[in-house]
Design a binder for this molecule. Structure first.
Ligand SMILES: C[S@@+](CC[C@H](N)C(=O)[O-])C[C@H]1O[C@@H](n2cnc3c(N)ncnc32)[C@H](O)[C@@H]1O
Length: 281
């Protein structure tokens, strides 16, 4: 019989990391579902995405690929709006839950990590989403280049990443001063911890996007206030007020920069800019 996901296995410790050093969410589905989507943080994330995705993406029922689709909330959002969705996810347990909650929707499921998608779902795709995945990979920079290679010319990538600068800020707010001073912010991917192993900065996303020929067309912060609140909202009126504030300032500088997640629209230009030819060549 398999272990319930919240108990620690006895015996020798087996690394939960994949051969490539990524944290697939095998054994984490229950905790992830409860601690994120079971609470205010998940509600806010979905409410903000509901506002921002139509604002930040040109959507016209195009087929889309959801990379690291997890429990399937985002795939469901796109499927309900008429997109044929392919959800790729390496963790069997996450995929099974997504399959169950999306039964009857136009969604194709593939059990595969991002790194194999050039072989198993090459596209090219005019729309890809990859939300809250790069921070769980050993090499997020290579992963972004892989995603860029899957995009059709003119294609859009909706990328959401866990913000390293926000993680520093919240550690200081919580009093973890030594940890912040040592810049020891990332998790190790051990056991059932949900601190990402590769939190990213906006500067990295800017540099790595440019390296693989992607243009940043939009950026927003997801949960720019909520995670720093000393007094979390206690009633519906306060929750509504907080959501109104998140909505109002999520794309306003400097607030978006400290969003717990950064949401980008990255576009592969129709015609890549070619280096200028040397005269006489
Ligand atoms: C924090 S969850 C995000 C799930 C979903 N995208 C969302 O926004 O709710 C991270 C997901 O990335 C998946 N993941 C980890 N390594 C991956 C890889 N190499 N390729 C694709 N997905 C991966 C995990 O299994 C997990 O389902």
């Amino acid at each position: 019989m398999s272990q319930p996901s919240h108990t620690r296995p006895s015996g020798p410790t087996v690394s939960p990391l994949s051969a490539q050093g990524d944290r697939h969410f095998d054994g984490l589905a229950e905790k992830f579902a409860a601690s994120l989507y079971g609470g205010v943080r998940g509600e806010l994330r979905l409410a903000l995405l509901d506002q921002l995705l139509p604002e930040m993406l040109a959507l016209h029922d195009q087929p889309m690929l959801d990379v690291g689709g997890g429990l399937g909330q985002l795939a469901g959002w796109f499927a309900e709006r008429g997109h044929d969705v392919t959800l790729a996810e390496p963790a069997a347990e996450m995929l099974a839950r997504a399959r169950e909650s999306l039964s009857g929707q136009p969604v194709t499921f593939i059990q595969a990590p991002l790194q194999t998608l050039p072989e198993v779902a090459p596209g090219p795709w005019s729309l890809i989403a990859c939300h809250a995945v790069l921070e769980w990979l050993a090499d997020p920079r290579a992963a972004l280049a892989t995603l860029a290679g899957l995009l059709a010319p003119g294609g859009q990538l909706s990328l959401m990443v866990f913000n390293r600068d926000a993680l520093r800020f919240s550690n200081v707010v919580k009093g973890n001063l030594e940890k912040a001073l040592a810049d020891r912010l990332e998790g190790k991917g051990e056991r059932l911890r949900l601190t990402p192993i590769s939190p990213l900065t906006h500067a990295q996303v800017e540099a790595w996007s440019a390296e693989c020929g992607l243009e940043i067309r939009g950026v927003a912060g997801i949960r720019i206030f909520n995670d720093y609140c000393r007094h979390p909202p206690q009633n519906d009126a306060d929750r509504e007020a907080l959501l109104a504030l998140e909505r109002r300032y999520c794309r306003v500088d400097p607030h978006w920069r400290l969003g717990r997640y950064l949401l980008y629209t990255l576009v592969r230009p129709d015609s890549p800019t070619l280096p200028a030819e040397e005269p006489g060549t």
